[in-house]
Design a protein around this ligand. Structure first.
Ligand code: URA
Length: 425
């Protein structure tokens, strides 16, 4: 087998054979296919696509590149959730302890933010002492003892995806449905969860900008999961405006704790409960009541034990950025648009995210919103507050929020976009 013939097959819109796929993934993981060759193949896949058979084989080959975890020793059914990424998407933080409080085991292997989307691990690292890196044995212990664990995926899990994802990130080949679906599902299937709920984001702040693409991605992933024996469903959810009122690491932890304490923004609570119900259904725990577990403090109790088990102090003061800048409303009326992508870019530029993998994020940086689409605003009143430790970043962040919102005269009809747009599975 040679890599040039594999690249030519896809370049010329052909179907890759099982042998070609197995060989190229294995050779790339071992380093005998070079980055520039894989990059060329990834671009051919982005431009010419793969059929479902090719995607299934590609996913299986990525799973086979590493180890498979096994949760069969646990006394509870496992349920996991994966979001395709958004702005202000802190849902994993309240969701994992909530679903655990309702009787499932939640092994939440999470990632870091890159670009304008935030990462769960960066958010939790704002909590003093909290550790993202756990051995497989530690992870199982927390899962059995507490019910939920949120940690980094070990190096042994789908190493082909680790290498390929880093390559796609710098070669303009992230936004390919076959590559996103196989990347996410190879990690989730290798992780060994019994059930999985996918939160496929749609809108300006998401990889999928329209519903048709999001449906295609969701149905591809649901089919991959189901064919591998994982009970899988997907919710398509709105990402045209940020979730909740914060985007940034410590800011989002604070908001998540508010949700666990029975408060928090309505959209965050609604999506947390919708995903919790899906996860509990998929795990065979249909009678559990997640709204009750939020209200009676049992989800908060699991959160506190989970943070403590991973070295964190749930009572510690969260970091606060040294500098603030308030953006005010230029006119009075109704806020009709607040763009997720622009707010995400502003948070990133303020220091909440990283431009390169090795960059260090600022725990306190980000954007705090004082109004959401549909709210009335007064000229001169605060619309959002920008937080950073490095005030020289304000100017660049402000360029991103300048065009991020529209205010219409009071009385103009406004219809809110629902959070959950569709369900597949
Ligand atoms: N998340 C992943 O894990 N992989 C992708 O390709 C996109 C989002």
């Amino acid at each position: 087998m040679d890599v040039i013939s594999v690249i030519r097959t896809k370049r010329d819109r052909g179907e890759l054979s099982d042998e070609q796929i197995d060989w190229v993934i294995d050779a790339y993981t071992r380093g005998t296919v070079a980055d520039e060759q894989m990059s060329s193949l990834a671009m051919a896949i982005l431009l010419n696509g793969m059929n479902r058979k090719e995607i299934a084989r590609w996913t299986a080959a990525m799973i086979a590149s590493g180890e498979r975890m096994d949760f069969s020793s646990l006394s509870r059914p496992t349920a996991d959730k994966h979001s395709t990424g958004g702005v202000g998407d802190k849902i994993t933080l309240p969701l994992a302890p909530l679903v655990a409080a309702c009787g499932a085991a939640v092994p939440q292997l999470s990632g870091r933010g890159l670009g304008h989307t935030g990462g769960t691990l960066d958010k939790l690292e704002a909590i003093p002492g909290w550790r993202a890196l756990l051995s497989n044995a530690e992870m199982l212990n927390v899962l059995e003892g507490v019910g939920s664990v949120i940690c980094a995926a070990g190096d042994g899990l789908a190493p082909a995806d680790k290498k390929l994802y880093a390559l796609r990130d710098v070669t303009g080949t992230v936004e390919a449905i076959p590559l996103i679906a196989s990347s996410i599902m190879s990690k989730k299937i290798a992780e060994g969860t019994g059930s999985l709920v996918l939160d496929v984001k749609v809108g300006t702040g998401a990889f999928m900008k329209n519903l048709d693409d999001a449906r295609e991605l969701a149905s591809t992933m649901v089919e991959l999961g189901t064919d591998s024996g994982v009970r899988t469903a997907a919710l398509l959810t709105d990402m045209s405006t940020p979730l909740g009122l914060t985007a940034g690491n410590a800011l989002e932890v604070r908001e998540s704790v508010e949700v666990l304490a029975g408060g928090g923004p309505a959209d965050v609570v609604e999506l947390t409960l919708a995903l919790a119900r899906e996860m509990l259904d998929a795990a065979g725990l249909k009678d559990a009541d997640p709204a009750k577990a939020l209200a009676d403090g049992s989800a908060m109790d699991v959160w506190r034990r989970m943070i403590t088990a991973q070295g964190g102090d749930p009572d510690a003061e969260l970091p606060v950025a040294r500098e603030r800048h308030v953006v005010t409303a230029p006119s009075s009326g109704v806020l009709t648009r607040l763009d997720a992508y622009d707010v995400g870019v502003a948070a990133w530029r303020l220091g909440a995210g990283r431009a390169r993998k090795e960059d260090v994020v600022q725990a306190g940086a980000g954007v705090e919103l004082h109004a959401k689409p549909g709210d009335s605003v007064e000229a001169g009143a605060p619309l959002m507050t920008l937080h950073t430790d490095t005030p020289e970043r304000f100017e660049y962040a402000l360029q991103s929020v300048e065009g991020a919102f529209d205010i219409a005269p009071a009385g103009k009809d406004f219809s809110a976009t629902p959070i959950v747009l569709d369900r597949i599975g």
